[in-house]
Design a protein around this ligand. Structure first.
Ligand code: ZN
Length: 437
């Protein structure tokens, strides 16, 4: 009888525990930071991940301490059932009156457990931060002073040791600069085509996100650009335009079909190539001397040519050509214009079969409409090495090479890069000022 009683109490106890223990769970919530090192600049954001495996998060409070001073930065009470939460705390040290130097974040998170007389489990995390309000120092060593419209330039500069990132900004375009050595940097930039003289800046950032900007002086040299009319034949419609259309668009009338390819697909393809080419991240020049033009080739279209397309004598679209069209014999061998690394091979809509080479410092060359390529992504190639053969794949009226030069993914006029004198005076002597060029 007594045994039955004891067993009954134990069973009841176990049942109660199974039902109510989860309310009293003892696991504290977890706090993690999205970034390892915490340097806080003029305007920073701290991102915290909060997590509770048991009954969920109850509340969080974040305080900041520096010396004897204390600021309450953030407080949030969570509704029931929140297991995970990302909290962003923006911080403007100058508004708070923080000084440069050490400070500490104190993060307190509680969960919804009923443990400890209903107070729940809490987690206290101290996060030391470094307040840095001084942007890096920067001093221009040299910059190309005379740049053609749509042309290229170079610069070299010195920064204090805390600089982690640098770029040239011209209008809306951004060109990455690269670290050369002890506080020394170098980079290339392009002056946009068709925008006139735009302001140019060198921008340098430190780890805390502090920014120093320096105005870059340059003189824009005008260049004249051609306009041409291109007649679109029915044969071109059938053999080039329609095959490029995606399945859902095959029923379009010729003019709409042409517009879709020339506008929508061109925009999408250009964005894709810009993205690929901006990933050319070799931090030093891989090129040797001037760039090679396709041997025995004639220039059929130049950089900056604007085109109006006519179909049955009516304009049906336009485009601006930001490359060279070079024609030789059909299926002519295409040579690497300079030494570099294969960044991309593949088929890209209107450009057909494409190879992109990375020559370092953000400089890339693009070879389009190829009948075939014979290099692999990641492979190193030598100047003059055969990388493929010309063709008429994509939106090409005949066998030719569409050759583009890009800096940080933005097309610049290729012809300058064929000229050893221009390269020496406007690029190499700027990148290597110590060489005395
Ligand atoms: Zn072209």
């Amino acid at each position: 009888m007594r045994t039955v009683y004891v067993v009954g109490v134990v069973v009841l106890g176990v049942l109660l525990a199974v039902v109510f223990l989860p309310f009293f769970e003892k696991k504290p919530p977890k706090v993690s930071l999205s970034k390892g090192s915490l340097k806080v600049g003029v305007c920073s954001e701290i991102t915290l991940n909060l997590e509770d495996e048991g009954r969920g998060l109850r509340d969080v409070s974040i305080e900041l301490f520096q010396g004897p001073r204390r600021w309450s930065l953030y407080r949030e009470v969570f509704p029931k059932g929140i297991a995970q939460k990302t909290v962003h705390v923006s911080l403007r040290p100058k508004d708070l009156g923080l000084m440069e130097g050490q400070a500490v974040f104190l993060v307190k998170v509680r969960d919804r457990s009923l443990w400890w007389f209903g107070k729940g489990n809490s987690q206290l995390v101290e996060v030391p931060i470094q307040v840095d309000l001084t942007p890096p120092d920067v001093e221009l060593v040299d910059v190309t002073r005379y740049v053609y419209e749509g042309g290229s330039g170079a610069l070299s500069f010195r920064t204090s040791q805390d600089a982690v990132e640098a770029m040239v900004k011209i209008g809306e375009l951004i060109f990455r600069a690269f670290r050369k050595g002890e506080g020394l940097w170098w980079g290339l930039f392009g002056v946009p085509y068709g925008k006139g003289q735009e302001r140019a800046f060198l921008e340098v950032r430190d780890e805390a996100g502090n920014i120093r900007q320096l105005s870059l002086p340059y003189t824009l040299l005008p260049r004249s650009f051609k306009h041409e009319e291109v007649r679109v034949s029915d044969e071109f419609m059938t053999s080039k335009v329609y095959p490029l259309l995606p399945e859902g668009k095959k029923g379009l009338q010729p003019e709409e079909a042409f517009r879709f390819i020339n506008e929508d697909m061109r925009r999408e393809n250009d964005a894709f190539l810009t993205k690929i080419a901006s990933e050319g991240l070799s931090a030093e020049p891989l090129w040797e001397g001037a760039f090679l033009q396709l041997p025995n080739s004639q220039v059929r279209a130049s950089y900056g040519d604007s085109r109006t397309y006519l179909y049955q004598n009516k304009p049906i679209g336009s485009s601006t050509h930001l490359a060279l069209d070079l024609a030789s014999t059909s299926r002519a061998p295409v040579l690497a214009a300079n030494s570099g690394k294969v960044l991309f091979t593949g088929t890209v809509g209107i450009y057909g079969n494409v190879v992109i080479l990375d020559h370092g410092l953000g400089l890339t060359t693009l070879y389009a409409h190829l009948s075939q390529w014979n290099v692999k992504k990641g492979e190193m190639v030598q100047k003059g090495q055969v990388i493929g053969y010309t063709g008429d794949t994509g939106f090409a009226g005949g066998d030719h090479l569409h050759f583009a030069v890009m800096i940080s993914g933005h097309p610049v006029n290729p012809v300058d890069w064929f000229d050893p004198k221009w390269m020496k005076e406007r690029i190499l002597s700027i990148l290597q000022p110590e060489a005395g060029g």
